[in-house]
Design a protein around this ligand. Structure first.
Ligand code: SAM
Length: 173
């Protein structure tokens, strides 16, 4: 068995739980394709073993991914699974809720940030820390694409923002 066996096992397990996962990934890849130069550097937030990073690196041979997660097992599976991408794939062990998570990044400016089914794990304070720090390492005019299921309860912050966007003139113009 190859070193990437556990990487694909994770990928299959996630796929079985999230039936339209691949469509979400495709949408993220198409958006990156449409808006960024092909040699972009992007962050994968809560990357796990790097399923989304893998797809990005495969489609964009000049791109570089920095994958951030705090689970040592998933980080190890990712390093083994994405080893063939050499220095185009870097895994960083950091807690996105922490005040200083960006200090662990080997690069300080990014062209994009992506994430999939990870950010919903962060509580309000953790989410604030994550976004506050993220803003410091993203270049102006960057893209942030999150394929996640956010709480849809009435009165939740996510619902409030979604409703505003859905009914704003910007959305329809
Ligand atoms: C369902 S998995 C998704 C992994 C990957 N994005 C994917 O789509 O396969 C959620 C991931 O979020 C990570 N995660 C959750 N809270 C985190 C935190 N505070 N800091 C860093 N990673 C976190 C977990 O370790 C896990 O790898």
């Amino acid at each position: 068995m190859g070193k990437d066996r556990l990487f694909w096992s994770w990928d299959r397990q996630q796929q079985s739980e999230i039936p339209n996962r691949e469509i979400r990934f495709e949408t993220i890849l198409d958006t990156l394709d449409a808006y960024l130069p092909k040699n972009f550097t992007a962050l994968d937030l809560g990357s796990g073993p790097g399923a989304l990073s893998f797809r990005i690196l495969k489609r964009f041979p000049r791109a570089r991914m920095i994958a951030v997660d705090f689970d040592p097992v998933l980080l190890k599976i990712g390093k083994d699974g994405l080893g063939t991408f050499g220095r185009r794939a870097t895994f960083v062990d950091a807690d996105l809720r922490a005040n200083d998570w960006i200090q662990k990044l080997p690069i300080k400016k990014f062209d994009a940030a992506v994430s999939s089914t990870a950010i919903h794990w962060l509580d309000r304070k953790g989410l604030q820390n994550m976004y506050r720090n993220l803003a410091k390492v993203l270049r102006p005019q960057v893209i942030f694409l999150d394929a996640d299921i956010l709480p849809d309860g009435k009165g939740s912050r996510a619902t409030e923002i979604a409703e505003k966007i859905r009914f704003s003139e910007i959305w329809y113009s």
